[in-house]
Every structure is written in C-alpha cells, then in structure tokens.
Design a protein around this ligand. Structure first.
Ligand code: 5GP
Ligand code: MG
Length: 208
C-alpha cells in the first residue's frame, strides 16, 4: 500500500561542481546527496500517498504541524500538493534537543503547541530529518496529552542506522546514510538552510 522511501544510503554523493551551488558553500560540502529536483519529485509522490491515506480514512479535520525550523522547505512544498476531502489547517511547533549549549538531551524542548488546534483533529507531523528519534518521540508524547483524534508522522530524510528509540513514521521520503547533511531547510549552526539541494557537510567545518 505505502510506497517505499527512496534509498540513497549506498549512492555516492554527486560532485558539488556538477550543480549550481552558492560560491561560499562550495568548499564546505563533500557533495550533493539529493538534488532539489529529486527532493521535490519525491515530495509530490508523498503528497499523493498522504492524500490517498486520508481520503480512505474516516476522521476529523486534518492539522499539519511543521516542526521548525528544519522542516520549513519540506512543509512549504508538501502541503500545497495535498488533495484532501476534509477541512485542513496548518501550524508550527519548535522542537529542539540542542538547547543551552550542552550536548543533545534525550528529551527535546517543545514550544508553541496550540492545544485548541490539536484536540480532536487528525494531526500530520511534518519533520525534516529523523536521526536518533528523541525529538519526534518527545513531540509525539506531548501531542498525545492534547487529545488528538490521530497522529501520523511524515519525515523527509531518515538516518535509520542511528535510531535509539522507536518512532512510528508513516511517510518517509528518503533513507540516507549516517552523514551530517545540510540544505533544503536543514542547517549547521543556522547556516546552509538556503542551499537548494541536500548536501553532505565537510567534517572540517564542524571542527572549526
Ligand atoms: P533526533 O532526535 O532524531 O536524533 O534528531 C532529530 C533532529 O536533529 C532533527 O530535527 C535535526 O534538527 C537534527 N539533526 C539530526 N541529524 C541531522 C543532520 O544530518 N543534519 C541536520 N542539519 N540536522 C540534523
Ligand atoms: Mg528537525
């Protein structure tokens, strides 16, 4: 029923100079893992699949929740392509494991959930990347306390080899290798979000 994610775990990255990449990003990248066009094509497939699933399912109004900031691009491409037969609304939330300058915690800090928008609705959580899984696990716990009708998760990129905690992801865009990736909304230290493709960040940049 569900379409499998696109698996790029064993696909070598493309050379950066095969693509148009901003000059000041070029030397920071080890390659382009997923070009923008492929990301958008896959998001179109995901939008069709999500629409099909909700059309077949009785339920409540659908509320799509964008996990800021990384999922901004994904969310902006996904939700206009949904074709639903039920009332639809959108919201944002922040979930951050990397707060206070300490190492990552097993709980994320979640901000801006709107209880009145969530109670009784079918919730579609839209996240950029799942890694160890703690961020989504925390968010799903907090959503469950707000009495939604249902909760599903759509994730664009899955670093599945790194998972530390089970998270049920209904819709996955790509399986990616265990590399630190930036672009298409994903940052390193707030940089690279406006890189159009998904790129592999050079480890030297993270050591600086
Ligand atoms: P998790 O809690 O699943 O380990 O981490 C998920 C969060 O960590 C993501 O929402 C994202 O903010 C960050 N993250 C994990 N891996 C990467 C990566 O490769 N690149 C970027 N930019 N962020 C990542
Ligand atoms: Mg995120």
């Amino acid at each position: 029923m569900r379409t499998p994610p696109v698996d790029v775990r064993d696909r070598p990255p493309y050379a950066v100079d095969q693509f148009r990449v901003k000059a000041d990003y070029r030397s920071d990248l080890d390659g382009v893992l997923v070009p923008e066009g492929e990301i958008v094509s896959r998001i179109e497939g995901m939008a069709d699949e999500i629409s099909r699933v909700y059309r077949r399912r009785d339920g409540a109004d659908l509320y799509a929740l964008c996990v800021l900031k990384g999922a901004m691009r994904f969310f902006g491409a996904l939700t206009p392509r949904l074709d639903l037969d039920r009332p639809f609304s959108e919201g944002v939330v922040r979930a951050d494991r990397y707060v206070g300058g300490e190492g990552p915690s097993e709980r994320a800090e979640v901000k801006w959930l709107e209880p009145d928008s969530i109670a009784g609705k079918d919730i579609l959580v839209v996240e950029d990347v799942i890694d160890e899984g703690y961020t989504l696990a925390t968010l799903l716990d907090q959503l469950a306390n707000l009495d939604p009708n249902s909760v599903e998760v759509a994730v664009l990129f899955d670093k599945i080899a790194r998972r530390q905690t089970a998270v049920d992801v209904a819709f996955t865009g790509f399986l990616i290798p265990d590399e630190f990736v930036v672009g298409y909304g994903l940052d390193y230290d707030e940089r690279y979000r406006n890189l159009r493709h998904l790129g592999v960040l050079d480890e030297a940049v993270m050591r600086e």
